[in-house]
Design a protein around this ligand. Structure first.
Ligand code: HEC
Length: 172
């Protein structure tokens, strides 16, 4: 159970890089180890996805200090282009249900840019955080015209909200 906090803690640590001071690190030593090993993409994928699979929705996320109400509010900015419900339609952007752990640009029936398809990304907490902060910088020439959420707390909260809304899909 505690292990499932680690990837969320690394989101908090990432948040701290964005200029905010985050203090909550439920299991400090292993969390910082996870945060360090999270830098190379493959390692982050391996630590993030299976551990988050064990997350039990709001309980774990609340423990990690995320504000899901704020996450829902922030997600309104995504909603003009994305649905989040299971089986939701692709609109301007692809449906985001269960996006964590997916290979980027892998939803059937959505015409992704070649830039995103060719980027070789997997959506773990690290890449998702970077994408939401500044999609253009992470993948040059992609088609998500969104300015980005510059506030690290807002990113943490919106990621927590996406996980909460799609948590049952993470088991795949
Ligand atoms: C103006 C429309 C728009 C907004 C606003 C927007 N997106 Fe997107 N998003 C897109 C488009 C279009 C793509 C596909 C990009 C491509 O193919 O290059 C995309 C792709 C994505 C992907 C990759 C999905 C996959 O299957 O690989 C994620 C994750 C994502 N968006 C998350 C978000 C989040 C979270 C927000 C809000 C903080 C957001 N987006 C706001 C249009 C938008």
């Amino acid at each position: 159970m505690l292990r499932s906090l680690i990837p969320l803690a690394s989101v908090l640590a990432l948040g701290a890089c964005g200029g905010e001071t985050e203090t909550s690190e439920p299991s400090a030593s292993s969390a910082s180890a996870a945060a360090q090993s999270a830098t190379p993409a493959p390692a982050a994928t391996q630590t993030a996805s299976p551990a988050v699979t064990e997350a039990e929705g709001t309980e774990v996320l609340a423990l990690a200090g995320a504000d899901l109400g704020n996450g829902a509010r922030q997600f309104r900015r995504c909603q003009s282009c994305h649905t989040l419900n299971e089986g939701g339609r692709h609109t301007i952007g692809p449906n985001l249900h269960g996006v964590l752990g997916n290979t980027a640009a892998s939803q059937d029936g959505f015409a992704y840019s070649s830039q995103l398809s060719d980027a070789g990304l997997v959506w773990d907490l690290d890449t998702l955080n970077a994408w939401i902060e500044n999609p253009r910088e992470l993948v040059r020439g992609n088609r998500m015209s969104f300015v980005g959420l510059r506030n690290a707390t807002d990113r943490r909260d919106v990621i927590a909200y996406i996980l909460q809304e799609t948590g049952d899909e993470l088991a795949e």
